[in-house]
Design a binder for this molecule. Structure first.
Ligand code: TXE
Length: 470
């Protein structure tokens, strides 16, 4: 097992009588105590961000990019320490597409936000008239994050905001404050005072942050219900919004798909981060002709993929991060079983591994209308649905109120492209699911939210467009 001694952890935790105990997701032992901030502290941090913003903006793109690149190098230098804190608090193993992968992505996305060029756009230049669109900072950005990919998603929010000359107040999920405090500790080795602060608080103070008169933009990743509350809150301060509200992504396996070739990518498209991923595959529609083969391939992997304590080398699946999510997954699997679903792998907790472990689960022969299909499970349980006509699969995939991602799996590129064009989602992948690239814009449609992150679109989302015409 990896050593857990950490100077970052020591620097971000507080004495037990001053803080809240944060459990190790796998063992439930206390990792350390997180500070507990109050409303007065929120006000202090937002005002400090407001006063620090003009000087940060005045540094200009080149200097801010230099600082962000230095931070990316610093993340790489502290990667193992950060990964261990993340693995213990969130539960995701160090190995596989998990904690080390997430810290690596935090460095990559920081560098990308630093390096993407964004010049003023000339929209008219006809000899007589010229009009240019410039991108000014907005001011103070509130970044509110979830507990599933707490470090990477914090970077998605803060790195573009800082690059564009904004200052940031970051509110991590109550479940994962230590991972985010650790990230901010590394960022703040290179940032001037007040440019990036973390408020460690409950959702009440999160709500106060979204209504604060000095907040100009809210970057939010979390549930649709909370997203709606943030839209209402933004009526008071007219904060701009980027809302990434999760999904219930469908995948469609077309007739003629090469099941052996796609099985590993299908499995990880579903079970990445033990299913606790916004753009994971959450409903799988499979053509009758390859249905049994797909179910068997997934079930075989689900039964044998190593699950356990994240610090133990070789484990690639972990626990649910919290009791609330464990209860949701248990309920949805029981509902599917009661509705006649055939559990071909898992279908029960794994108490010998720890209280929040749930076996990787594949449920076949489920129908639309079952809660495991219609609700976001956000955990290691996939319903596999049978279809006969591609039109029918497209209709059922699009029937969800969510629209974050979707995928098409096929041996024929043209057929896959034709289906991809008919799916209502912010991203449609072909023969993969959920793979993200910092150069490619990412965001949802319908109840999955609005606004895009990453790339040029992501930089513009944290900037105020300003036209200069002459
Ligand atoms: O999310 P919440 P929770 C889904 C997943 C999960 C469900 C609930 O299905 O079961 O959401 O998870 C802060 N004003 N996703 O309870 O409540 C809160 O403190 C301002 C999908 O964790 O939305 C936390 O920091 N902030 C998702 C953050 O919002 C508020 C990832 C998310 O909390 C607030 C996570 C308020 N009124 C869960 N209320 C994805 N998109 O991937 C709460 N918060």
């Amino acid at each position: 097992m990896t050593t857990t001694t950490s100077t970052i952890l020591e620097s971000i935790t507080v004495p037990a009588d001053h803080g809240r105990a944060i459990p190790d997701a796998a063992t439930r032992e206390t990792i350390g105590h997180a500070p507990v901030h109050d409303p007065a502290h929120l006000d202090t941090l937002v005002r400090r961000a407001r006063s620090a913003q003009p000087a940060w903006a005045a540094l200009g793109h080149e200097e801010r990019s230099r600082v962000l690149n230095a931070i990316a190098t610093e993340i790489e230098a502290s990667a193992e320490e950060l990964a261990v804190i993340l693995s213990r608090e969130q539960g995701k193993p160090l190995d596989g597409p998990n904690a080390r992968f997430e810290i690596g992505a935090a460095a990559v996305w920081t560098r990308s936000a630093a390096d993407i060029p964004l010049e003023p756009e000339v929209v008219v230049d006809d000899g007589g008239q010229r009009a240019e669109v410039h991108h000014d900072p907005l001011g103070v950005v509130a970044a509110i994050g979830p507990w599933n990919w707490p470090v990477m998603i914090a970077v998605w929010q803060i790195a573009p905001a800082l690059r564009m000359g904004n200052t940031v107040v970051l509110k991590p999920s109550e479940y994962t404050p230590l991972s985010v405090l650790a990230l901010a500790e590394v960022y703040n080795r290179h940032l001037p005072e007040g440019v990036l602060s973390v408020i460690v608080a409950d959702r009440g103070i999160g709500s106060a942050l979204t209504k604060h008169p000095d907040v100009d933009k809210i970057m939010f990743t979390g549930s649709t219900a909370t997203g709606r509350r943030i839209v209402e809150a933004s009526a008071s301060n007219l904060a701009r919004l980027t809302l990434e509200l999760g999904g219930n992504d469908a995948g469609i396996v077309l007739p003629g798909a090469d099941v052996a070739a796609i099985a590993d990518d299908l499995f990880w498209g579903i079970f990445i981060n033990t299913g606790q991923t916004c753009a994971a595959l959450k409903r799988l529609y499979v053509h009758d002709s390859v249905y049994d083969e797909v179910v068997d391939a997934l079930a075989e992997r689900a039964r044998t993929m190593p699950m356990g304590n994240g610090l133990v080398p070789g484990n690639v699946l972990g626990p649910l991060q919290n009791q609330q999510q464990f209860d949701i997954v248990s309920r949805l699997v029981e509902d599917a079983r009661a509705a006649g679903g055939r559990v071909v792998a898992g279908g029960e907790p794994a108490p010998e591994l720890g209280p929040l472990f749930y076996r990787a689960t594949v449920v076949a022969d489920v129908e639309d209308g079952t809660s495991l299909v219609d609700e976001e499970q956000f955990g290691p349980a996939i319903p596999v649905l049978r279809y006969h006509e591609v039109d029918d699969a497209v209709r059922r995939a699009n029937a969800s109120e969510q629209g974050l991602g979707a995928s098409v799996w096929s041996a024929d590129r043209d057929e896959a492209l034709a289906v991809a064009k008919r799916l209502a989602a912010g991203t449609v992948w072909i023969n993969k699911h959920g793979t993200l690239d910092p150069r490619v814009p990412f965001g949802g449609t319908k109840a999955s939210g609005y606004g895009q992150e990453f790339g040029v679109a992501g930089l513009k989302a944290v900037a105020a467009p300003k036209v200069i015409a002459y």
